[in-house]
Write a protein that binds this ligand. Structure first.
Ligand code: CA
Length: 646
């Protein structure tokens, strides 16, 4: 039996009026003062328990917090409690629950106890001068998981640092330490991506921080939203270590030319019985009419982001990561479960502090299923995109599925793998689905995250194998599949919008056909640096496309009018499409883009004048010393060609 009255109470404007509490929450210290502030609006009693260690042992002190109005409970002392661990015992309707501080900024092992911290002592040398590298003409986001990025022994990363934040600080690693073939950051510098997206690095619950080193999970199961994950640190027992080591990683990424995007999962907590729940049962969770937890996340609970203190919690957390850890952007997991008002508030606050659009903000404009938000709540899903700021983006599943086929049905192909190329859809893809019809629609390409694969679903390579290779051999680098992969990449990198790729997509990353590797072992998930070297030709193809894209203002244009630069040319043949792009002030005034998914070489008529070949199905580096052509040229099967006219 669930209580249903909590839903009505917490959704009411009366509750918000009486209990919204706009003060900083958490534990704050100075040399002569420490103060604990907990928001527990329905509690009849709250006690603070202090410990010398982050796990084990009895409390050294217990203090009753005093109620200070508007749901706020306070305890203060004239001591500096830096380094002291703590938790709370909160009593609601006669039931006492032990909980860590939802606003904890440091914690002990497995995040079960919070810690008072002087954050200045977690700053690595030079942190005050740390900042993002200068913006590049285009955004190319590379998604990695802290553990699988450097777990492979061939990465050249010393064993003690494999799978840790520390590995993100190593600048010169090579394959098996051969001194020749770059891996990790060294490899990424060469590839030319601009942003590194870290899959969850906040403290999550599915990996025991005291357990086996090869325990693995993606980490979409938040426990402490404002603390880094301990299993990525060299010592999860000492609260300050994980903080310092994540800061060091961000600093190293900045110094190596990358901006850093953090994957944030505010839409649900690991268990309904979270720290948030224990301090204010049901307040932060949506409930169905019968009182049961709403489950639009598919993970057992949904954050009630439309309630003011839940919105404050999420906003405070985002601003904290941006401020304290210098994060340059945020990728919102299941953004479609959060509400537009909150996303707009976050956008505004980030813009006010760091400048318009300086911090990237984007997310998944969907959820696993329906959610029981307060009636009248406008969700930040595909329908909500029309109401979101032009600098708040969304993953474009329309291009993803058009190019390679369904993420649900293994055998269903897209343009490049036998499904045939539909010119009208392709034009929508290239325009980033601005005023798109059907599956996806935005107001400007600044809202579009163009991509082919992410950590979810089959890797691009596995999808190609599943649709093209009857033997389902995921390891063989089959030429026909490589051709399809190059065509897919060429389409992606000639679409307007910001660009995103799963780490390793560019070297035909395989998870052996496993669609959802969230619980798969590291053997499946780890980046295989030997494969990166074996398949360097494909990676080089991506590298050339990235470098070329940096020179194409016609495709970089993020304005609402960007689509006007693109004009359809006559279709060269069945399963082919061609477009002209006004490249404005670029090295080439005009671009001519041609794509063929057909099985025969077709004769391609270039528009009038002389054209330089910039990239085709064989090489994406022709632009360095471009051959000149005019009239008609052959367009080989399953390939793209990019021409420029000066
Ligand atoms: Ca953890």
């Amino acid at each position: 039996m669930y209580m249903t009255n909590t839903k009505q109470i917490f959704d009411s404007s009366e509750f918000q009026k009486h209990f919204h509490c706009n003060v900083p929450l958490g534990a704050f210290r100075s040399p002569r003062h420490t103060e604990f502030r907990l928001w527990a609006p329905t509690a009849e009693r709250a006690r603070l328990r202090l410990y010398p260690a982050g796990d084990g042992g009895e409390p050294a002190e217990v203090h009753a917090l005093r109620f200070a109005g508007r749901g706020l409970w306070i305890w203060e002392t004239d001591r500096d409690l830096d380094g002291t661990y703590y938790d709370y015992e909160v009593t609601v309707e006669g039931v006492s629950r032990v909980t860590a501080d939802p606003y904890a900024r440091a914690c002990g092992l497995n995040g079960e106890r919070s810690m008072v911290i002087d954050l200045s002592r977690t700053d690595p040398p030079g942190w005050a001068f740390d900042g993002p590298p200068a913006p590049r003409p285009e955004t190319v986001i590379y998604e990695i998981h802290t553990k699988d990025f450097s777990w492979d022994p061939a990465s050249g990363v010393p064993e003690a640092y494999r799978g840790k934040f520390k590995a993100l600080c190593l600048e010169d690693t090579t394959l098996d330490n051969d001194g020749e073939h770059p891996t990790c950051l060294n490899y990424l510098r060469r590839l030319g991506v601009t942003h590194v997206q870290l899959m969850p690095v906040y403290d999550y619950g599915s990996v025991d921080e005291a357990g086996a080193p090869d325990a693995f999970n993606w980490g979409y199961d938040p426990v402490n939203y404002n603390v880094p994950e301990g299993s990525y640190s060299t010592d999860p027992r000492r609260g300050e270590v994980r903080i310092r080591e994540l800061k060091e990683a961000v600093q190293a990424l900045h110094q190596n030319g990358f901006r850093v995007i953090m994957d944030v999962v505010y839409n649900h907590t690991y268990h309904l019985d979270s720290w948030l729940w224990r301090t204010a049962p049901w307040y932060y969770s949506r409930q169905e009419a019968d009182g049961s937890p709403s489950n639009g996340s598919g993970c057992g609970n949904d954050a009630a982001s439309e309630r003011s203190m839940c919105a404050k919690y999420i906003l405070d957390s985002v601003l904290y990561w941006a401020e304290e850890y210098h994060m340059d952007g945020f990728r919102f997991d299941l953004m479609g479960l959060l509400d537009v008002e909150l996303m707009e508030h976050i956008r505004r606050e980030l813009d006010e502090r760091w400048g318009k659009g300086e911090k990237l903000l984007f997310g998944e404009p969907w959820s696993a299923s329906g959610t029981a938000a307060r009636p009248g709540t406008l969700l930040a899903d595909k329908g909500g995109l029309a109401y979101l700021d032009l600098e708040t983006g969304a993953f474009c599943d329309a291009t993803r599925d058009a190019v390679k086929g369904s993420v649900e049905k293994a055998g269903k192909p897209g343009f490049v793998n036998g499904g045939g190329l539909d010119a009208k859809t392709l034009v929508n893809c290239v325009r980033g689905w601005v005023n798109g019809e059907g599956k996806f629609s935005v107001r400007a390409p600044s809202q579009t995250i163009t991509y082919l694969s992410s950590h979810d679903d089959w890797t691009l390579w596995d999808k190609l194998v599943l649709t093209m290779d009857p033997d389902r051999d995921f390891d063989r680098l089959d030429p026909a599949l490589l051709r399809a992969n190059r065509l897919a990449a060429a389409i992606c990198f000639t679409c307007q919008g910001r660009l995103f790729l799963l780490g390793g997509e560019e070297f035909a990353r395989t998870k052996q056909g496993i669609r959802d590797s969230v619980r798969s072992p590291l053997a499946v998930n780890r980046l295989d640096w030997r494969r990166a070297w074996e398949n360097r030709e494909l990676a080089d193809y991506y590298r050339g496309l990235i470098a070329l894209r940096m020179q194409l203002p016609g495709l970089q244009d993020k304005s609402a009018a960007a689509g006007e630069r693109i004009r359809c040319a006559p279709e060269p043949a069945k399963d082919c499409a061609a477009l002209e792009v006004d490249n404005g002030e670029g090295r080439w005034r005009r671009l001519f883009l041609a794509y063929s998914a057909g099985e025969e070489t077709v004769s391609l008529s270039l528009p009038e004048g002389e054209w330089e070949l910039l990239a085709d199905g064989e090489s994406s580096f022709w632009w360095r010393d471009p051959p000149v052509c005019s009239g008609t040229v052959p367009l080989p099967p399953v390939s793209a060609a990019i021409f420029g006219q000066r």
